[in-house]
Design a protein around this ligand. Structure first.
Ligand SMILES: Cc1cc2nc3c(=O)[nH]c(=O)nc-3n(C[C@H](O)[C@H](O)[C@H](O)COP(=O)(O)O)c2cc1C
Ligand code: SF4
Length: 518
């Protein structure tokens, strides 16, 4: 039987040499006349082991990593096709502790299947949710999603079912499903990973959303920096259309749904839903005032569902397994699983999907394995560039929307970026203000002007100019931005700034004067 060897086509693996590994593997297989084929899978999300090569054996999939092109010959000499021993052998892929501890619902197939094989997708449970949906009443689908407790994974944590209900009940000749795949948060890559590693799950989720709300057209809005995701999504849509998953009759039903990919130019603010809609309409990415809500008047003034990739990609498993199954995972009002993206100064960076409720300390110390530098962890920024910095004293905070809000933080898109004790938190606070100034859409004054003033004030503190007065001024400015900004770009920039100042006050003191040499 032909042996299957898996070499990821995920952008992170490619950045680490996966294309060269795949080529070297293909050349060696041909030269040795081996009966083996290479499958370009997605990533399992263990970035420090990429490129992670796997081989299918009678005992399961055996993993090797991180593999370089120059390792390929020795791997084959060691009998890789039979899962042979080699210094890079990691044993069974599913038994690697980082992977084994996870609960993979949304990412169940990512890294396992061939992302562009609809057959493989079906063989691993794909399309079961959509098959159920086509035989259900729209209101029953919406009720199922509501009961699952799914909340938007893009940042705000708004209940997905309620958003869908509003669009279902809105009147309009045309309705749209817009998938927010702009993924601008620092240290986040879950959307990219799913689009590259399991694009059909997003297509299935969007088709279900269309049937549930009466929308017949969908758009995936992503960024130009994601060429591999754009290519995978575009190809998967064509395959789905050819197979009758998309089109005038979804899976042979009376429901029509089709979709396409649109690429933005990479402005952070274009991830904000109303700015995204403007960009999708070909206009400048300026934030719109709400109301009207996009659910009432969204794309081209039509009722529109805007959901994050992970929100939509979590829907198929909810329809397939039922709301109660999904709701059983998690804690408090944070139900289901969350793909935590671990980045920054860590030993084990990557994607870790698990039910809500793990503490920040468990994630940083146990799962991420502490810092790559080996130095003590100083701060963890959770939730992207607008998220708060958490000190070790807050490591007992469980990963839960309400628990983070209670500590003046946010989960956002569930990205965490770890810093060691060399981090300068005044510099980080200044960076937050500078980022806001650069990315501001310019529509409202607290954000447009406030962020620039914020940079100036941070510089004055650094220069030791009236530090106490300027610290007060910075806090006052944050207060104005928090309560006076139109959207969360200006409104949330105070989170990183204030958390840095509150938890690391020593970094906001003037540097001690260097004593003159005697
Ligand atoms: C400045 C800014 C940037 C945002 N960027 C993203 C993004 O990249 N991806 C995303 O899904 N949501 C982003 N959001 C949140 C969206 O406005 C919106 O809440 C989300 O797309 C709704 O989908 P959900 O309910 O599934 O989370 C951003 C919000 C703001 C204020
Ligand atoms: S807060 Fe900033 S990004 Fe948001 S609307 Fe105002 S100026 Fe634009």
């Amino acid at each position: 039987m032909t042996v299957k060897i898996y070499v990821p086509r995920d952008a992170a693996a490619i950045a680490l040499g996966a294309e060269k590994v795949a080529k070297a593997m293909a050349d060696e297989i041909a030269a040795r006349g081996l009966d083996a084929t290479i499958v370009r899978n997605g990533s399992r999300g263990m970035h420090w082991l990429e490129p992670l090569v796997e081989v299918e054996t009678a005992e399961g999939r055996i993993a090797y990593g991180p593999v370089k092109a120059r390792d390929v010959a020795s791997l084959l000499d060691a009998g890789l096709v039979d899962g042979g021993a080699h210094p890079l052998c990691l044993g069974k892929a599913e038994e690697i502790p980082f992977f084994k501890r996870q609960t993979r619902l949304t990412f169940a197939r990512c890294g396992i299947t061939d992302p562009l094989s609809l057959e493989d997708y079906r063989a691993h449970g794909g399309l079961r949710g959509l098959e159920k949906a086509v035989s259900m009443q729209p209101a029953a689908i919406v009720a199922e999603v509501t009961e699952s407790g799914l909340r938007g994974r893009g940042g705000a944590g708004f209940p997905t079912g309620i958003k869908w209900k509003t669009v279902l009940e809105a009147r309009g000749k045309q309705k749209y499903i817009v998938c927010n795949a702009d993924e601008g948060d620092s240290g986040t890559f879950a959307d990219r990973m799913i689009m590259e590693g399991d694009p059909f799950v997003l297509i299935e989720g969007m088709a279900i959303a269309g049937i549930a709300t009466g929308a017949t057209k969908g758009y995936v809005y992503t960024r130009s920096e994601y060429p591999h995701a754009i290519a995978a999504m575009t190809e998967a849509i064509e395959i789905a259309r050819a197979a009758g998953v998309l089109g005038a009759s979804v899976l042979g039903s009376t429901h029509a749904f089709d979709m396409e990919v649109r690429t933005g130019a990479g402005a952070y603010v274009c991830g904000e839903e109303t700015s995204l809609l403007n960009s999708l309409e070909g206009k400048r990415g300026l934030v719109r005032a709400k109301p009207p809500l996009p659910a009432h008047k969204g794309l081209f003034d039509c009722p529109t569902v805007i959901n994050n990739v992970i929100s939509l990609a979590s829907v198929p498993v909810i329809l397939d397994e039922g709301a109660a199954y999904y709701r059983d995972f998690g804690m408090g009002r944070s139900r289901g699983t969350i793909p935590i993206q671990i980045a920054g100064n860590v030993k084990h960076g990557g994607l870790f999907e698990i039910g809500f409720g793990l503490t920040l300390g468990e994630i940083v110390d146990e799962i991420a394995g502490g810092t790559a530098s080996g130095r003590p962890v100083k701060a963890v920024q959770v939730g992207g560039p607008l998220g708060a910095y958490f000190p070790r004293a807050l490591f007992d905070t469980p990963f839960d929307y309400e628990a983070f809000a209670a500590k003046d933080g946010l989960i956002g898109h569930a990205g965490i970026v770890v810093f060691d004790d060399t981090a300068d938190m005044l510099k980080q606070a200044r960076f937050a203000m500078e980022f806001c100034a650069v990315e501001s859409c310019g529509k409202c004054t607290p954000c447009r002007i406030g962020s620039t003033r914020g940079v100036e004030v941070a510089d004055k503190i650094r220069a030791g100019i009236e530090p106490e007065k300027n610290r007060e001024l910075l806090a006052d400015l944050c207060n104005t931005m928090k309560f006076g900004s139109l959207c969360a770009l200006g409104g949330f920039t105070p989170y990183p700034v204030m958390s840095a100042m509150t938890h690391f006050p020593e970094d906001f003191e003037p540097a001690p004067a260097v004593e003159a040499a005697e």
